[in-house]
Design a protein around this ligand. Structure first.
Ligand code: ADP
Ligand code: AMP
Length: 213
């Protein structure tokens, strides 16, 4: 199964992707997580990407397409994968089609979580993430069992550097201008499924698995 979770930053893509990983035993491929790992490792690519990420801008297509190409070639992706946070531009979507068609693969579903901007702002303001395993919590909507500690791996939760009010506005604007147009791209491919992502977490998960059948 080749899946994509789609939506604005903070729509709940990463949160729902974890349930897909568990159910289908296929990897979650989050370009955001990969870029953050490159920043921790202080690679040249990571240092370059950091400037864009801290400002809430998209990292250039050539960088992103390069890291996705390498990742999809890996053994663990051969039985399927969950794309999370990629593609975010038409050029990225076209590059993905090109990569997948060359290896005889196709996308099964684009699971799109629709959430109004006002709610996105609240979700991002209260988000806490685990730097080790990437799990995402919310101080009110989805708190960890022990405050500040990841339920999954016990690491200390952090606030992402780009989860601040100024950057969020920019990220939402970039989503509407550059990423939302992909909705028509995937509708035309017949793989697009819209899910009301504003509902409580477990209801979103239920609707997602109903789409998947
Ligand atoms: P994305 O991966 O799309 O950027 P996340 O999965 O990190 O988004 O979710 C953003 C924030 O919203 C997190 O704090 C998460 O705990 C919270 N969240 C996710 N889904 C829901 C939901 N259905 N209802 C309320 N809060 C949610
Ligand atoms: P995310 O974790 O998906 O919210 O991504 C965090 C940041 O990483 C984004 O605001 C961008 O700066 C960058 N990023 C992640 N994925 C992409 C992508 N596919 N294209 C461009 N920039 C990306």
């Amino acid at each position: 199964m080749n899946l994509m979770v789609f939506g604005a930053p903070g729509a709940g893509k990463g949160t729902q992707a974890k349930f897909l990983v568990e159910k289908y035993n296929i990897p979650q491929i989050s370009t955001g997580d990969m870029l953050r790992a490159a920043i921790v490792d202080k690679t040249a690519m990571g240092m370059e990407a950091k400037k864009f990420m801290d400002a809430g801008e998209l990292v250039p297509d050539s960088t992103i397409i390069g890291i996705i190409k390498d990742r999809l070639d890996k053994e663990d992706c051969q039985n399927g994968f969950i794309l999370d946070g990629f593609p975010r531009t038409l050029a990225q979507a076209e590059a993905l089609e090109d990569l997948m068609s060359k290896s005889g693969k196709k996308l099964d579903f684009v699971l799109s979580f629709d959430v109004p901007d006002e709610l996105i702002i609240q979700r991002i303001a209260g988000r806490r993430v685990c730097p080790k395993c990437g799990a995402s919590y919310h101080v009110v909507f989805n708190p960890s069992k022990k405050e500040g500690i990841c339920d999954a791996c016990g690491d200390n939760l952090i606030i992402r550097k780009d989860d601040n009010a100024d950057t969020v506005k920019n990220r939402l604007q970039n989503y509407h201008n550059q990423t939302a147009p992909l909705i028509d791209f995937y509708k035309n491919m017949g793989v697009f499924a819209q899910i009301d992502g504003s509902q409580e977490l477990s209801k979103v998960t239920k609707d997602m698995f109903e789409v998947l059948g």
